[in-house]
Design a protein around this ligand. Sequence first.
Ligand SMILES: *Cc1c(COP(=O)(O)O)cnc(C)c1O
Length: 361
Amino acid sequence: MRQGVLERYRELLEITPNTPMISMGEGSTPLVRSRFIENEVGCAELYFKLEGCNPSGSFKDRGMVMAVAKAIEDGSAAIMCASTGNTSASAAAYGAYCGLTTIVLVPSGDVAAGKMAQALAYHPRILVVNGTFDQALEMVRTFTQRYPVTLVNSLNPHRLEGQKTAAFEIVDDLGDAPDFLFIPVGNAGNITAYWRGFSQYADLGRAETLPRMMGYQAEGAAPIVRGEPIAEPSTVASAIRIGNPASWQQALTARDQSGGVIDSVTDDEILSAYRMLSRREGIFAEPASAASVAGVIKFSGQLDLAGKRVVCVITGSGLKDPDLATQNIDMSLQELPPELWAMEKVLEEVVQGTLSLGPKA
Ligand SMILES: *Cc1c(COP(=O)(O)O)cnc(C)c1O
């Protein structure tokens, strides 16, 4: 049986004899070498860390397993979060696995279909709030201070602790930290957690170098880039549609200590990277995840990446947002009767032997 992150990184996490070592098989996600974008951006090596391969389809599971284990250790019977999707999907999955009462607040209209389907399937108490994510989070904060319910948003310190294990895995796979880590930034918990993980490995002598942390927000939801909260953030990438990031200061620290950058990419750049990832790399990512790839493409126009080793974090699965994928089809689907002659007609270039077999330019 594959180890979960609690077991795999036991000595680097706050595990006590009373911590239940739960796992749904989170972590140990693939680090896949790029076949196309690597050449486009001109770096020596480009890898994608496929966090969509986690049990509920996003990196949120790494932090959730830790937060839920600690909630159980502390005797809590209920967990609660506000979420535009992936946090609630993850909380509901682990809540179901552990038999905890799970309450999720989702802002109305903001949730992608796949995430909503997951939330419904895992069957937590779902409260749809007619407001923004930030307003829903504020409600959860106050409620969990008043009542014996554990908050499992990234304000819960155990979440970031669990999430840092992704940085450990990258170093374990590559033998050292990469030169650059590109990552989407929403609430800025993940960039904070990765920096903590890389720093801890360096302190322990398990990595010789530290990466430059390259965080990317969506242009319509870029409070850190602009230096002020945004009341009505807007972007196609719902997972990073955040106007007032909870880990704002820590993200700035990660940026500054690492000599990195926090910048923004437009929705067009995100969607272009999203299509390139699926069509050229075979990686179906959610739009927020494509922000890291849009970031490396944008940055490669600003700085020479020759000789550099780069990792892009692909934070979640493209299946989370199926509507966006079907909207992004710019080809017509060919219909035909169930007859061989019809297929021969449609696939004329194959029949005539004029199909070019070389790689597409
Ligand atoms: C949560 C999430 C993000 C943003 O991570 P933060 O820790 O909020 O910065 C990005 N992509 C996906 C798929 C997510 O679920």
